[in-house]
Design a binder for this molecule. Sequence first.
Ligand code: NAP
Length: 286
Amino acid sequence: MTAVRIDGKELALKVRAEVAEDVRAFGQPVCLATLLVGDDPASHVYVGSKHKASHEAGIDSRDHRFPSETPETEILELVADLNADDSVDGILVQLPLPDHMDEPTVLRAVDPDKDVDGFHVLNAGRLYLGEPFLVPATPLGIMAMLDEYDVELKGKDAVVIGRSEIVGKPMAMLLLAEHATVTICHSRTVDLATHTRRADILVAAVGREGLVTPDMVKPGATVVDVAMNRTAEGKLVGDVDPAVFEVAGLMTPVPGGVGPMTIAMLLRNTLTAAQHRRSQVAVGGS
Ligand code: NAP
């Protein structure tokens, strides 16, 4: 068996075109502000891509970049200003922040209504309670891919490897909401393969090249590889051995799978935040 390749690049283009159309129909300016602290080259590339994608979708963007030694108080002041600025709909704090900053403190300072990354404790709680509002873009993009490829979730065994706040936990919540039977694996899981072999849907979000090998995958399973690992030669690879393509039924490639969908869903979240806030302003003002 050779798995069908889940084309995240193509679906992301479709979602981005839909968001652009919806932004036009919305008829009001939509604005995303990003904050980047430090000189991590990958973060600068990611933020640049987010601005380019915003521009293409008709979303205005503001780009705030700071040197790594910037005090946390300065960042918190900017977050407070952006929270209060009615023309800003979405605020994205690019991670990682430098070591002298406390990431939860900065993320929790963002107005939950403008929290387009869905990392705020209130948005995490809404997802947990089955009332999702702004959901982290990576798992949201994965759900859109599973839907596009008609992957049945109800009653299926889903295994998520990784339990981060950004990917693993929200991924598990979204799969659970669709009535999958969900197992979350992590670094202390004993005998990972016994879990993964049961999975109808396997999501790998660890950051370790070659973690998932063909013998760990149920034939015909849907395999989603979230990871973005750099080899010594600078090549981008996932957690899943490419040989798994010969066992799985559907599988995302790296690159060209989950990555492009993340940016597309960030744009979708930014429009959702704008629509939500402006409808509240309209209600409040009537
Ligand atoms: P993270 O915060 O470092 O979390 C990694 C998770 O993997 C942790 O829960 C850890 O367990 C678990 N883990 C580590 N070693 C393991 C092992 N041997 N077996 C099973 N589980 C193990 O990473 P993240 O932010 O979730 O990101 C995961 C990967 O996805 C990274 O490669 C990242 O670059 C990529 N990513 C991609 C996108 C995208 O758009 N494509 C977006 C976000 C992240 P413990 O909790 O026990 O430590």
